[in-house]
Design a protein around this ligand. Structure first.
Ligand SMILES: [Zn+2]
Length: 313
């Protein structure tokens, strides 16, 4: 139960601290609070982000265990090794004076053709070597499962009321809640490396006139996402780095490996005025701020457990 419903002071924004990212699901890479299970249920394995042992489990999933990382380095190294063709190209012709001019030009032509052939062979070998090293470099692996869907049916709808209290980590836009998917591009797909979402708390004016209150903390959020390249979201990088320090990589190629590598980010935002659907069970709570004018009943609806919201846009 996350009942830490701190109403943010008007005019102040809070960023990136609505819950402690203490755990992560290894299977779907969802960040979780302390003692939380994954929304995907017991089949999803969860590990601590706050202990070296816990993080090591995640790193093994992302980059493979340490001996696999060493093997990747050796393979990448094995792609090297030149032919030492330099000596073949060196050395002049010692007895040119004795040869007739036709023969001389024939020899020159042969030498030039040979040099070109050797050059082409050398270039091809370099390309093969580079491709081999590229193929054998350490590659990050995404989650094996998708984050659990919040569902399709049984939702109630309304309009977001609360003023924006958060800066979105990737786009820096004003919002009341955000969700992030960090991905690494792979051949014909993009692996999910991290899924995170939070809210500073907000209210929804439901279609029947009642009010739902979404408390600050972790949230499950779906909706239309904006995709950015990593280079277009420099602030996000700082936030991601605070979640887990880099680990030791195969030194020569990558001395440091990121626990959350990514090259694109998908960001979903909830903003005041957005129509949203709220999934799951809600319970009636007496509203501590019931004397605020527009509320008549003095009661609000609050989601049981982690709020599940879909933005309609
Ligand atoms: Zn999971």
């Amino acid at each position: 139960m996350s009942s830490t419903s701190l109403a943010p002071a008007p005019g102040t924004k809070r960023s990136l601290a609505a819950f402690r990212r203490a755990r992560i699901c290894i299977d779907c890479r969802t960040l979780l609070g302390p003692d939380e299970r994954c929304d995907g249920g017991l089949a999803h394995r969860v590990t601590s982000l706050e202990t070296p042992e816990g993080r090591a489990k995640l790193v093994d999933e992302v980059w493979g265990p340490p001996d696999a990382r060493r093997r990747a380095q050796q393979l990448a190294k094995a792609g090297g090794g030149g032919l030492g063709l330099g000596s073949v190209l060196e050395g002049g012709c010692g007895g040119c004076d004795a040869i007739g001019s036709e023969a001389f030009f024939a020899v020159i032509a042969i030498v030039i053709v040979a040099a070109v052939v050797i050059g082409v062979v050398w270039l091809v070998m370099k390309i093969v070597e580079w491709i081999r090293a590229y193929m054998n470099r350490p590659k990050p692996h995404g989650g094996l499962k998708r984050p659990a869907s919040i569902g399709r049916r049984g939702a109630i709808s309304g309009v977001v009321q609360w003023p924006a209290k958060l800066d979105a980590p990737a786009t820096n836009a004003d919002c009341v809640a955000w969700a992030l998917d960090l991905r690494c591009k792979r051949f014909l797909r993009a692996d999910l490396m991290m899924h995170d979402a939070e809210t500073a708390g907000f209210e929804v004016k439901l279609d029947d006139g009642t009010t739902a209150r979404i408390p600050a903390g972790r949230i499950r959020l779906e909706g239309p996402a904006e995709r950015l390249d990593r280079s277009d979201a420099p602030e996000l990088e700082k936030f991601v780095k605070t979640l887990a320090p880099d680990v030791q990589g195969p030194e020569e190629f990558t001395p440091h490996l990121e626990v959350f590598p990514y090259d694109t980010v998908d960001e979903v935002l909830v903003r005041p005025g957005d129509r949203v659907q709220i999934f799951g069970e809600l319970e009636r709570e007496m509203d501590p701020g019931a004397n605020v004018g527009y509320r008549e009943s003095g009661a609000v609806l609050v989601p049981k457990g982690v709020p599940a919201i879909r933005v309609e846009r």
